[in-house]
Design a binder for this molecule. Structure first.
Ligand SMILES: Cc1cc2nc3c(=O)[nH]c(=O)nc-3n(C[C@H](O)[C@H](O)[C@H](O)COP(=O)(O)OP(=O)(O)OC[C@H]3O[C@@H](n4cnc5c(N)ncnc54)[C@H](O)[C@@H]3O)c2cc1C
Length: 380
């Protein structure tokens, strides 16, 4: 049976998150965008409310909910501020590799660390010269008896300066390409780690995106997640579980764009009547509404498939790509509906436009998502 209705528990979760966002996120979103300050206090409140780590299973102290519920919560966070949302969702990306490839002891130790107190972790795959082509990464892990030595640089690490640990991908066998990549957990206080410059970004300015270098960082073999050479597989499987979250954040941006544009179009008068009376404006709003709903359905489907134990690679690429593209369009159109005021920082829509852009870039650009979708079509 197909149902698009939320259960009572899901409705309550959305309502609680919506209240939290209205009271704690939206009032300070402008400040964090302007200053780039990481919203640690707000994330700590989200943690106390149980809105972080919601898909981590009960036995490791998490919320034990599904990826569907995670999508519901993430849309609400991003409706408030998608930059601040990173501080509340960053653990998803760092914890999934441990859930996929870790043994019981590793799950208890590292996931337990995220759930027993407010602690965040960051995901280190991208490098200055390896983004879309992640298999060409050069950070190395060389085994020396009972430990590895990690050397290299990671770029674009979301939340990196505030993380308690990193889930990092390095090559243990540079000759073997993606089959030489291995996943590790690295405590942030290990010797040899240097947090580099924070990116001065166009949007999502509250997300603390940093460059990190690792020089002779010694970590025990017990911190290796899965076997040597399994890291690339773990990284790609991770994206299947986390791209629905990116799509959900994009839906949040699109919904906020629609809401702001609708309200403004009813207030703003031109030629003696509200601009909402102009069919040209109505068509913009109608397109924003239909695209937002379509993106939400793709997002829900791709998240639901994970919870059903189904492979969702194609659907999560479709959701991420479509939702990212329509969020960019909706935010740009919201600026257009606001006219000159849309271009001013006095109003919230220019921020939405800056924040939306990255939805087409991170966790695989939308070109890469199209490649994945096409590969599935052509290999079928
Ligand atoms: C704000 C932000 C936060 C991020 N957070 C993280 C994080 O926490 N952890 C992490 O590991 N990474 C993170 N990233 C990195 C992100 O995943 C990469 O930026 C992204 O994968 C693209 O890689 P790149 O920037 O190297 O672009 P490139 O790979 O250099 O691509 C440049 C352009 O070429 C296109 N292109 C490349 N190859 C192809 C192809 N085969 N076919 C068609 N087009 C192609 C791309 O689509 C893009 O338009 C973050 C990035 C940003 C901007």
């Amino acid at each position: 049976m197909v149902s698009f209705a939320l259960s009572e528990e899901q409705r309550m979760l959305v309502d609680m998150t919506r209240d939290f966002v209205a009271n704690e996120v939206i009032p300070v979103a402008g400040h964090h965008d302007h200053t780039g300050d990481y919203p640690t206090a707000v994330a700590a409140q989200a943690f106390e409310l149980g809105l972080m780590n919601i898909t981590i299973p009960d036995q490791y102290g998490g919320g034990d909910l599904g990826h569907f519920e995670e999508a519901l919560v993430t849309e609400e966070f991003a409706f408030g501020c998608s930059g601040m949302a990173i501080s509340m969702t960053v653990n998803n990306l760092a914890s999934v590799p441990i859930l996929i490839g870790g043994d019981e002891e590793q799950k208890k130790k590292w996931l337990g660390r995220l759930t027993s107190e407010h602690c965040t972790a960051s995901y280190c795959l991208s490098e200055p010269d390896a983004g879309s082509d992640a298999a060409s990464l050069r950070t190395s892990a060389v085994r020396k008896g009972d430990h590895y030595l990690i050397n290299g640089s990671k770029a674009w690490v979301s939340g990196g300066a505030h993380a308690g640990f990193f889930t990092l991908f390095a090559t243990t066998d540079p000759e073997s390409g993606h089959e030489g990549i291995t996943c590790f957990v690295i405590p942030a206080d290990a010797d040899g780690i240097e947090i580099g410059k924070k990116e001065n970004m166009m949007g999502q300015r509250a997300s603390n995106t940093v460059f990190i270098s690792f020089q002779d960082v010694e970590i025990p073999v017990a911190n290796r997640i899965g076997a040597e050479g399994k890291g690339f597989h773990i990284a790609m499987k991770t994206f299947d579980r986390t791209r629905p979250g990116v799509a959900a954040a994009a839906v949040g941006i699109a919904r906020r764009s629609l809401e702001e544009a609708t309200r403004y179009s009813l207030d703003r008068k031109a030629f003696g009547r509200p601009i909402a009376k102009q069919q040209a404006i109505q068509f913009i709003l109608a397109d924003m509404a239909k695209d937002t709903e379509a993106a939400r359905l793709l997002t829900w489907q791709s998240a639901w498939m994970i919870d059903q134990g189904q492979r969702n690679t194609k659907q999560c690429s479709m959701a991420k790509c479509f939702a990212g593209d329509i969020a960019m369009k909706a935010a740009t159109d919201a600026v257009q509906v606001f006219g000159g005021y849309g271009y001013s920082k006095e109003y919230p829509v220019e921020k939405l436009m800056r924040d939306a852009k990255v939805m087409q870039i991170y966790e695989g650009t939308n070109q890469i998502q199209r490649l994945i979708i096409a590969r599935h079509l052509l290999e079928a």
